[in-house]
Design a protein around this ligand. Structure first.
Ligand code: FES
Ligand code: FES
Length: 206
């Protein structure tokens, strides 16, 4: 059985969620194939269509949210080959052949909530929830490449905007998964031969 194919009817326009972009008509869409939440999928959609619109309007995966449309807020983040990227500025053509994971496809290895989702719940780091899908993706991507991030690493990686201001809780949620940063003492410099010679030995002191 071939991959499922999502097709827009000839002439249909895909509008952005807020009508902010005109994406042209789709009389002669090319076919784009990608792995979507671990399933091979074909899209007969204008290849210049932003991935976010394809996910939301064609594939009916509405977890990724439209915030700014310019790659700044992070509410539309999805994993592209494991890296959290804004889907509003990525075209379907750019997503061609890549593995896309949306919040709908994220789960723990054994099933159920992904640990990042559970940590956000446990720390009550979800208020209105609009930014949450993008944040989950950003945290999952961060921890996949850096399992022991410092607070500075976390702040640098999580540039997503949250109007509800859950940032301190986000840090706690990530810390829940990584443990507290423990100060690692700086080892004293290795003893020099002269230091060792100057040191009275335990034997000599007896
Ligand atoms: S909607 Fe994509 S980054 Fe804001
Ligand atoms: S929880 Fe409301 S925008 Fe972040």
């Amino acid at each position: 059985m071939g991959a499922p194919c999502f097709r827009t009817p000839p002439g249909q326009r895909i509008a952005s969620p807020h009508g902010a972009k005109s994406l042209g008509t789709l009389e002669t869409p090319a076919m784009a194939s990608l792995l979507l939440n671990d399933r091979p999928v074909d899209f007969a959609v204008d290849p210049e269509t932003p991935l976010l619109w394809v996910l939301r309007d064609v594939a009916n995966l509405t977890g990724a949210k439209y915030g700014c449309g310019s790659g700044d807020c992070g509410s539309c983040m999805v994993l592209v080959d494991g890296e959290a990227l804004a889907s509003c500025t990525l075209s379907l053509a750019e997503a061609q052949g890549r593995s896309i994971t949306t919040i709908e496809g994220l789960r723990a290895p054994g099933g159920g909530l992904h640990p990042v989702q559970q940590a956000l719940l446990d720390e009550q780091a979800i208020q209105c929830g609009f930014c949450t899908p993008g944040l989950v993706m950003a945290i999952a991507s961060l921890l996949a490449r850096n399992p022991r991030p410092t607070d500075a690493d976390i702040r640098a990686a999580l540039t997503n905007l949250c109007r509800c201001g859950v940032y301190p809780r986000l840090i706690r949620a990530v810390r829940r998964l990584t443990g507290p940063m423990i100060a690692i003492p700086i080892e004293p410099a290795a003893e020099t031969a002269a230091d060792a010679a100057a040191e009275p030995s335990a034997e000599a002191g007896r």
